[in-house]
Design a protein around this ligand. Structure first.
Ligand SMILES: [Zn+2]
Length: 328
């Protein structure tokens, strides 16, 4: 459950614009929510719908407990319609069906709201159909079109919508939001350092594969620190089997980079910047193994390895070379 205050922290501009439309009692017929995955578009659309339907709202804030609010939460409000791609695309029939629904008078009011998720994935026929619908707006209808890439939509549709640009979230906000969602503080810090996509971060938090990446990075550091001769052995027998695809290898290298960044943070006493908060003891030991300069060099080596992976150099070669560089 979100409030406008929370949404405004996440998306200050878009949140403020929507809140204002209640204050000025000027709700548009159509909005285009544009922004990357994980920037809060769905949450905002849901909250906006609640504010529209809630009869006990104060200012823009819906009460969250009336019949309307509750039915929106449970996904069965009769006058709120969601359209999502059916397979690869949103088809003309889906828009026709929506239009038909809208010809019926609402049971409790004539207010109707529809939300189209991945609106850029409408077929040409569906787009043209929707355009007709947008061209004859009824007083009581509000459309929210959600998209990651609004540029690919018909100009004629875009021009009929009020555009709301959703910004990438900054790391601090992602971290706070993750903690609110029940993620442990140490995980929240790590995840927020890897992605500004809230949805992806939450998925990674549940992902056993990713939990093992964190473990493997710590193990690799242990090996490099205490048994450098076994570095290559570790890479071939423990590390490589876990990373099958290039995107996975990149993820592993990202986490490794954060580790060396932390070593440097440890040197410069930037405690609040440290990501591996539960590994303070290990970080301390690491400063005995790597000087500040060599930690900076390691950071560069990892970056170079990432570039090589991008250039399609064989992952085994890249990782072996990197290991030799890191244990120097
Ligand atoms: Zn309510």
């Amino acid at each position: 459950m979100q409030t406008w205050e929370e949404m405004k922290e996440l998306q200050p501009l878009a949140g403020q614009m929507l809140m204002n439309s209640f204050k000025k009692d000027r709700i548009s017929h159509a909005y285009l929510f544009q922004g990357n995955r994980g920037t809060g578009k769905k949450d905002m659309a849901l909250l906006f719908a609640k504010s529209i339907f809630c009869k006990e709202r104060e200012g823009a804030e819906p009460c969250q407990h009336c019949r309307d609010c509750k039915r929106i939460d449970s996904g069965n409000h009769p006058d709120l319609h969601w359209i999502e791609p059916d397979g690869q695309s949103i088809k003309k029939e889906q828009i026709l069906h929506l239009q038909k629904e809208f010809t019926y008078t609402g049971l409790e009011s004539n207010r109707k709201v529809y939300i189209i998720v991945d609106a850029d994935r409408m077929t040409i026929n569906a787009s043209n159909r929707l355009l007709k619908f947008l061209e004859e707006p009824s007083q009581q209808t509000t459309a929210m079109l959600l998209t990651e890439s609004g540029q690919t939509m018909l100009d004629t549709i875009r021009s009929r919508c009020q555009l709301l640009a959703f910004q990438p979230l900054n790391a601090k906000r992602v971290e706070e939001k993750l903690v609110q969602e029940g993620v442990s503080e140490s995980n929240a810090k790590l995840l927020a350092s890897l992605t500004n996509n809230l949805t992806e971060a939450l998925e990674m938090n549940e992902d056993e594969w990713f939990a093992n990446v964190r473990k493997l990075v710590i193990q690799l550091i242990e090996v490099l620190q205490n048994k450098p001769n076994e570095g290559l052995l570790f890479i071939n027998h423990q590390w490589m089997p876990h990373f099958k695809e290039r995107t996975q290898i990149q993820r592993g290298l990202d986490v490794l980079m954060l580790w060396f960044q932390d070593v440097i943070n440890q040197y410069v006493d930037r405690d609040d910047a440290i990501v591996f908060v539960t590994e303070k003891e290990r970080l301390n030991q690491a400063t005995m193994r790597w000087s500040r300069q060599s930690a900076a060099a390691c950071l560069t080596y990892v970056l170079e390895a990432k570039q090589k992976i991008n250039q399609n150099v064989h992952p085994n070669l890249v990782m072996e070379q990197l290991t030799l560089q890191l244990q120097r």
